[in-house]
Design a protein around this ligand. Structure first.
Ligand code: FAD
Length: 468
């Protein structure tokens, strides 16, 4: 068996593996072997539905050394005034360019695509899915698991319900390649993928009454206008969260206050949402989603037969000629929270709230610039991804404390302030802007009270995770 040597073996060339590798090679003279079972970098974006776009600004996505897109504000269309958001082909082209020009071009990264990683004890192997050749990889420094938060998507995850043979259930991807026009579309799912599917159908002229939306939970979503790479908007958002939290009587009250402040959006004003994965949504998308009146709130689907959809709390007829559209993969994953620097490997997770690319880049920077795992784990405690209002509040508390900890290190603060992926970036020249100062003053006024209140409303079940 052939063997190769490398300093770092990074498993997973999705956004997180790419962002980690980029920051690492920028700050350390090391060799990285990057492995993915997909043929190219970009992870889940390679199998996404063709009309997908980032839900956040392109500037917040990708790797630290290379901006995705042009950093431009949209001039036309329903999102005029908001930052551009890359579509699938742009994201794929971007990661291809970073891999070939920057990584492989540097001579310090080897990419083993279409290859499966596996370990046997402390030995590491990579097997080509094309040739079946296996190489043993001798790792001088670290193995990096960049698959720990890998999201599930409909194209690669079967629907989470039974389907009798003669019923047509398709992943959302197939909306773009229909052979026959269905009479009705039954969209299954409560999250960002379902909203994307509905917005796309409506924008293509499908009347709202031909869409049935099976929505087991109602979602809270972030108003895209308040998640923008602009320090005034960024600091205003954090100040809004802390101000709302400071006097919130319950988690529902917190989210209703954030709705009143223009931060959170919900589709149906008569329903208090329980889901808080909080992707961003624009006002024009919200208006379209509100035109769907056939909303089924009977829990999750158990099975679908030719004439019926059976759910946890009842059943509905399935009209002839309906197409059931699977948008029900859970997306975000919630594996156990573990120290990022473990004895066996580095497991990439989030640190500040959200923004996986920034967190992976921060991990790469800290790996390159510190030499003690205890210290690295102190600076970068793992965070959770949100699902409910309680986990969303916990994520805010954990993320704020973590950002204060790593931000207290002068070199990290300087690096983070130069990194476009960082939503909290305030360049030195912007610090004296009166609007930034006003936001900072409001944040200072409410931060401690807001953190204390969120901690009380959503107590921390992992109190000792910061200590390794
Ligand atoms: C539709 C959608 C839209 C999103 N939009 C945004 C957004 O706008 N902004 C934002 O910040 N986040 C967004 N996210 C979330 C974000 O994309 C993800 O959290 C993050 O980018 C996922 O990257 P990843 O590298 O963790 O996982 P992945 O992209 O899944 O990459 C992991 C890779 O590991 C590989 N792999 C796994 N196991 C092995 C193995 N044994 N051997 C070899 N390879 C292996 C897989 O093939 C995969 O390519 C979105 C997510 C989805 C699903």
């Amino acid at each position: 068996m052939r063997s190769v040597e490398t300093d770092y073996l990074v498993v997973g060339a999705g956004a997180m593996g790419m962002a980690f590798t980029d920051a690492l090679i920028d700050h350390a003279d090391v060799h990285v072997t990057l492995v993915d079972r997909r043929h190219a970098p970009g992870g889940h974006w390679l199998d996404a539905y063709p009309f997908v776009q980032l839900h956040q600004a392109s500037l917040f996505y990708g790797v630290a050394s290379t901006v995705l897109g042009s950093g431009a504000v949209q001039r036309d269309g329903p999102e005029a005034g908001l930052q551009e958001r890359a579509c699938q082909s742009e994201i794929q082209a971007y990661f291809d360019d970073v891999l070939h020009r920057r990584f492989i071009g540097s001579g310090r990264v080897t990419f083993l695509g279409e290859s499966e990683y596996h370990a046997e004890g402390s030995s590491h192997f990579v097997t080509s899915r094309v040739s079946r050749d296996t190489v043993q990889v001798h790792v001088r420094r670290r193995v990096v698991d960049a698959t720990y938060l890998s999201p599930t998507i409909p194209a690669t995850t079967p629907p989470p319900f039974n389907v009798t043979d003669d019923v047509h259930v398709v992943a959302i991807n197939e909306l773009a390649t229909l052979v026959e026009t269905p009479n009705n579309f039954v969209i299954v799912g409560s999250g960002k993928t379902a909203t994307d599917g509905i917005v796309w159908l409506l924008a293509k002229g499908v009347p709202p009454d031909r869409i049935v939306w099976v929505r087991p939970r109602d979602p809270w979503m972030l108003n895209r206008a308040v998640v923008q790479p602009d320090p005034v908007v960024g600091i205003g958002l954090v100040a809004d969260i802390m101000e709302a939290a400071a006097s919130a009587e319950s988690l529902d009250d917190l989210f209703l206050r954030l709705e009143a402040a223009g931060v959170m959006l919900r589709i149906d004003r008569d329903v208090i949402p329980t889901m808080a994965k909080t992707p961003t949504l624009a006002a024009w998308e919200l208006n379209l989603l509100r035109t769907i009146k056939n909303v089924v709130r009977l829990g999750h689907i158990r099975h679908v037969t030719r004439g019926e959809i059976v759910l946890d709390e009842g059943s509905i007829p399935l009209a002839p000629g309906s197409l059931v559209v699977h948008c029900a993969a859970s997306g975000l994953q919630y594996p156990p929270l573990v120290p990022i620097w473990g004895p066996d490997k580095i497991r990439l997770q989030t640190i500040r709230a959200g923004f996986p690319c920034f967190n992976a880049a921060l991990t790469g920077y800290v790996e390159a610039t510190r030499d003690d795992d205890r210290e690295r784990n102190r600076l970068c405690p793992p965070n959770i991804l949100p699902d409910t209002t309680a986990s969303w509040a916990r994520m805010q508390v954990r993320g704020t404390i973590a950002a204060r900890t790593y931000g207290a290190e002068p070199d990290i603060a300087t690096w983070a302030n130069s990194c476009a992926l960082n939503p909290a970036r305030i360049e030195p020249a912007q610090r004296n802007d009166p609007a930034v100062r006003a936001g900072a003053a409001r944040l200072a006024k409410y931060a401690e009270q807001g953190l204390a209140r969120m901690s009380a409303l959503a107590p921390e079940p992992f109190p000792n995770i910061n200590t390794v």
